[in-house]
Ligand binder design. Structure first.
Ligand code: FAD
Ligand code: MLT
Ligand code: ZN
Length: 474
């Protein structure tokens, strides 16, 4: 260990104590690799402060010593956002111990949660108070409130409740120099100058550390219906989405698309997964309807819309869940897509969005473009169709070495992005930029927009210590 590191560790240890600092290489190791297995970083230690005051003190030490810091929540980033680089200089700052729910108010419909609260724990705490915290995604058992805000996560319920940004009223943030900004206001209206809280949402830890947040709660659902539908083609998926949206937009909690290839991977790789409809199809959607009104008659709504779609040739078959166990089984087919894809071999992910009307063109166009580039590649498009956000992912061809396929990642992403650009879309819908996509950001947002982003970064983090190499190129 370099003597600089020894001095740093001694100073941090004096502030946060043994529980707040990990230095043994075996214990540091889990913080240095990401869920996708794309990166392997290095760090002299992992800092785990107990509260905001400790964290602020640590930031002052890091700033004085000019040590770069990498905030980490549940480490579920799909773009390497929480990974330190290979230099061994960047300190990982884990929010895991700051996991208290400070307050729940069922009149104001707010929750004040620390950044390290796991998303699922926040959902459960809201439910215990008779409310709903609607943000929901496959990694919710590990992802944290700080992480979902720092990435402005979307997930399955954006179509109804918006992204993480729309679910936040106030923030507490520690700035790069250790200043604490307490903006934990629970107001629905607060037009008082620049909305600074929104600056830190989606900033991916490049401007400051989110330590706490005021989250919006909603009335809990008292009626729910979930269906899994087999469809003849992609245009039918769009037509079915429009039918549900036009009939009762407020009850539509999720509208998720899955391809035949994606469901086949889940059936092959996930033990216990079964197809709820009689025969396989090329395309499927999951429809989740819910309402706080117990008399919302969602079953009638669901059957009426599916009946009309069946008549119009848009639905080939459908299964409606008859129990909570069946709801969970249907959702599992959707949520196990990332895991099934991981088990099927190396894959390249493209988390892209287009206007919802262009989703069929996106899936057809990107699949064709990448198949032309790499014959035999397996397109596995799936995701949040109601938001126009499709995970335009590709698994390597059977028989191709993982490394050979991954070596072509950037060519493959370029092909997808060319299609996305032509459809007026975005190269990153919900996963962010992280370490994977800074060059894409510089390219796609070049000009006034990117210049302004860089000026904000320089103003808030003049020493460039906050999560270097993420969002902006190192
Ligand atoms: P981390 O991965 O630890 O960090 C993510 C980024 O936020 C990093 O840049 C990190 O530096 C920064 N950060 C973390 N905490 C803080 C903090 N307190 N202050 C400042 N910066 C911080 N995302 C979606 O949007 N929708 C999905 O449907 C979805 N599904 C997923 C499914 C799976 C199986 C997996 C593995 C991931 C999925 N994701 C999805 C990715 C998603 O970005 C993360 O799940 C989540 O938003 C990140 O939370 P985290 O606590 O794990 O953050
Ligand atoms: C999901 O929605 O499951 C993840 O965001 C997608 C992915 O694995 O690309
Ligand atoms: Zn997603």
């Amino acid at each position: 260990m370099a003597s600089d590191d020894e001095g740093l560790i001694a100073e941090l240890h004096a502030l946060v104590g043994a529980r707040g600092l990990i230095t043994a290489p075996d214990d540091v190791a889990p913080y240095l690799s990401d869920w996708r297995g794309l990166y392997q970083g290095r760090s002299p230690c992992v800092l785990r402060p107990a509260d905001t005051a400790e964290l602020a003190g640590a930031m002052r030490i890091l700033a004085r010593r000019q040590v770069p810091v990498v905030p980490q929540g549940g480490n579920t980033s799909m773009v390497g956002g929480a990974m330190p680089d290979e230099s061994g200089r960047q300190v990982v700052l884990s929010l895991a111990r700051m996991n208290r729910i400070r307050d729940i108010d069922a009149v104001d419909m707010t929750m004040v949660a620390e950044a390290g609260v796991v998303l699922k724990a926040a959902q459960e705490a809201a439910a215990e108070a008779g409310c709903l915290f609607p943000l929901s995604l496959g990694a919710e058992g590990s992802a944290t409130i700080g992480g979902v805000l720092a990435t402005n996560a979307g997930g399955n319920t954006t179509v109804r409740y918006g992204n993480a940004r729309e679910l936040m009223l106030g923030l507490e943030v520690v700035l790069p120099d250790g200043t604490v900004w307490n903006g934990l206001r629970r107001l629905r209206k607060d037009n008082t100058g620049y909305a600074l809280r929104q600056l830190f949402v989606g900033a991916e830890g490049t401007l400051g550390i989110i330590t706490g947040a005021v989250l919006r709660l909603f009335p809990r659902p008292r009626a729910r219906e979930v269906a899994f539908c087999a469809l003849p083609d992609l245009d039918a998926a769009l037509a079915l989405f429009r039918r549900f949206r036009d009939r009762d937009e407020a009850s539509l909690q999720a509208f998720e698309y899955m391809s035949g290839a994606g469901i086949d991977l889940v059936l092959a790789h996930i033990p216990g997964a079964t197809l709820p409809v009689a025969s396989r199809a090329g395309h499927y959607v999951l429809v989740d309807l819910a309402s706080p009104r117990p008399d919302a008659a969602l079953r009638e709504l669901l059957e009426a819309v599916l009946g009309e779609a069946f008549e119009a040739g848009e639905v080939a078959d459908a299964a409606i869940a008859e129990s909570e166990a069946q709801v969970q089984a249907i959702w599992r087919l959707r949520e196990e897509h990332p895991e099934a894809q991981k088990r099927a071999g190396a894959s390249v992910k493209n988390d892209v969005s287009v206007p919802v009307s262009r989703v069929p063109d996106l899936i057809r166009g990107a699949s064709a473009a990448v198949t032309e580039l790499i014959p035999g590649v397996r397109p596995v498009p799936f995701g949040h169709m109601g938001d126009g956000n499709i995970h335009m992912n590709f698994v390597r061809p059977d028989g191709m070495a993982d490394a050979d396929f991954l070596a072509r990642s950037h060519d493959l992403m370029d092909r997808v992005n060319t299609v996305v650009r032509a459809l007026d879309g975005s190269f990153s819908a919900e996963h962010g930029i992280g370490r994977l996509k800074p060059s894409m950001l510089a390219d796609w947002r070049a000009g006034a927009e990117f210049d302004l982003m860089r000026r904000i970064k320089a103003a808030v983090d003049p020493l460039g210590l906050m999560n270097p190499g993420k969002v902006f190129e190192a």
